[in-house]
Design a protein around this ligand. Sequence first.
Ligand SMILES: [Zn+2]
Length: 212
Amino acid sequence: MRARTTLALPTLTGTLLFLFIPLVLVLYLRMPLGLAPSILLGVLLMAGHRFIARPFMLRELQRRCFWCGGAVGETPLDASTRSRDKLLQARACSRGCRDSFLAFGRFVSAVRPVVALLIFVPIAVYLANAAVRIAGGSLIPIEVARWLFKVPIAIAVGGLSVAYPLGRGMTRPPAIDFPVHNLFLLGVRNTLWVFRLVGLWWLVSWVLWLRF
Ligand SMILES: [Zn+2]
């Protein structure tokens, strides 16, 4: 009972902090406040988010399972991994969670350049295009820019979410050289479900857009 009550607040906080990510995506892609205010607010939230999300992760790291987001209990298992040349002292609540998390870390380490290319280049191109538009110019039509953003990211996160079990057969040390706090907020397992669903949604809507 105690474990449940002690984890209810971190789970809620983690979920609320995670919601900033879809909020930034809505601001970038739908521009509900108009072009300039939406993009500027999105960039501000994206840049500022880590200053709240990362301390949250570091505070809860020893208490929450990095894989499932549940309480680790009295005898947590070590699931430490490298993250941007630092040791991340991740914990897991069971052997299954630990093995899945380490497999994920090995796979991410193996495909790091591809994932970085598929995520960071589209974000940079999209924001550069938006900046040109804000300045009154025109580079790529907004509709096309949206797909140049969504399709590579959908392939990256969707691919990661289905292919990470290949990491079980890898011997390289696990290393997650991405903003790892974003994966902690819901737990990696739940985040991968978001990746699967959003990846599928974006790819299907892209195919429909191409056809009609
Ligand atoms: Zn767990």
